[in-house]
Design a protein around this ligand. Structure first.
Ligand SMILES: NC(=O)c1ccc[n+]([C@@H]2O[C@H](COP(=O)([O-])OP(=O)(O)OC[C@H]3O[C@@H](n4cnc5c(N)ncnc54)[C@H](OP(=O)(O)O)[C@@H]3O)[C@@H](O)[C@H]2O)c1
Length: 298
């Protein structure tokens, strides 16, 4: 694989996604900074990114991509492939938080969250994988969260969406390794981005009102997270290091956090348990990354 890679990032309008785009492009990687509605709701963000790219001659291309829309995802991936001739890395970053007591989250809110945080990566991965499989190389990166491993009261649906994402990303890692494709999970702790401002509150206030002191939990959690939030550039620097780690040497999970809270220990134990499971089912060889020995055909 060329050391300068072609990277598609979802949710690049603000926050991590925008930082990833700039950080990777400054190191010479070609970036497709995708976002929904770059001519409308994100027009200002899109033009700021284009202005930086032009001023500093950065290889960043802004494309429209709404992760909840199959056709939009396919159009963006086709456009990126047509322009660059390959896709080396897909960063599944688009996502948001629904905050509130679980009973007060409506089914419509829950479905919408899963459609972005879980089915978004499903759509993106299905669109990029045929290209990666032809290349016999590629990286599916999933921006999960520490909350993809531990449960935060009042964040039940957000945690569920990230737990689901983690399970799927891990499954991809076993199924694709022998074809030279890696699936990696990045688990950021709390970082300063617009994520809190973009948070959606549980809609059924009448139910929340019946919970007494427990109804204060969402506010307590948000205050606690804000008080320890780190500088988001740390996550962008970690993503750059991961992308530049040679094929076959990447980890499945990377915790990047101002505080570990034991998530690193959960990850270490899970790695052992999963290795035992693969061994017990006779799957260890099938699920190993085979350098230069990619198998299968597309
Ligand atoms: N910041 C943290 O502390 C933290 C910690 C752990 C994990 N994360 C994860 O990091 C990721 C990025 O979040 P952030 O902190 O950078 O917050 P952010 O600034 O709010 O970024 C979220 C991005 O997702 C985009 N998005 C939402 N729905 C979309 C859709 N349907 N199609 C395409 N893009 C969509 C948003 O675009 P619009 O501008 O169009 O809304 C925005 O660009 C999320 O997956 C989040 O769960 C964040």
């Amino acid at each position: 694989m060329n050391s300068k890679q072609v990277v598609v990032i979802t949710g690049s309008s603000t926050g991590f996604g925008r930082l990833f785009a700039e950080t990777l492009a400054r190191k010479g990687h070609t970036v497709f900074a995708t976002m929904r509605d770059p001519a409308g709701r994100n027009a200002k963000n899109a033009s700021e990114i284009r202005a930086v790219a032009e001023k500093d001659s950065l290889p960043i291309h802004v494309l429209e991509l709404d992760v909840t829309d199959d056709a939009s995802v396919e159009r963006a991936v086709d456009a990126a492939f047509a322009k660059a001739g390959r896709i080396d890395v897909a960063i599944n970053n688009a996502g948001y938080v629904v905050s509130g007591l679980a009973e007060a989250v409506t089914t419509e809110q829950a479905r919408g969250l899963m459609d972005t945080n879980f089915f978004g990566p499903v759509r993106v991965n299905r669109a990029v994988l045929p290209h990666m499989r032809r290349q016999r190389s590629g990286v599916l990166m999933h921006i999960s969260s520490g909350a993809g491993r531990v449960v935060i009261p009042s964040g039940g649906f957000y945690c569920a969406s990230k737990f689901a994402l983690e399970a799927l990303a891990e499954s991809y890692s076993y199924e694709l390794a022998s074809q030279g494709i890696e699936s990696v999970i990045v688990e950021p702790g709390p970082y300063e981005t617009p994520v809190i401002g973009n948070m959606v509150a549980a809609a059924d206030e009448a139910r929340t009102d019946t919970y007494g002191a427990v109804r204060q939990i969402p506010a307590k959690i948000n205050a606690a997270l804000a008080s320890i939030a780190g500088n988001a550039q740390e996550v962008a620097d970690a993503v750059l290091r991961i992308i530049e780690t040679p094929a076959g040497e990447k980890q499945l999970r990377y915790l990047v956090s101002p505080q570990s809270l034991g998530v690193d220990r959960l990850n270490a134990l899970s790695k052992q348990v999963q290795a035992n499971l693969l061994e017990a089912f006779g799957l260890a060889a099938d699920t190993r990354f085979l350098k230069g020995k990619a198998v299968g055909s597309v």
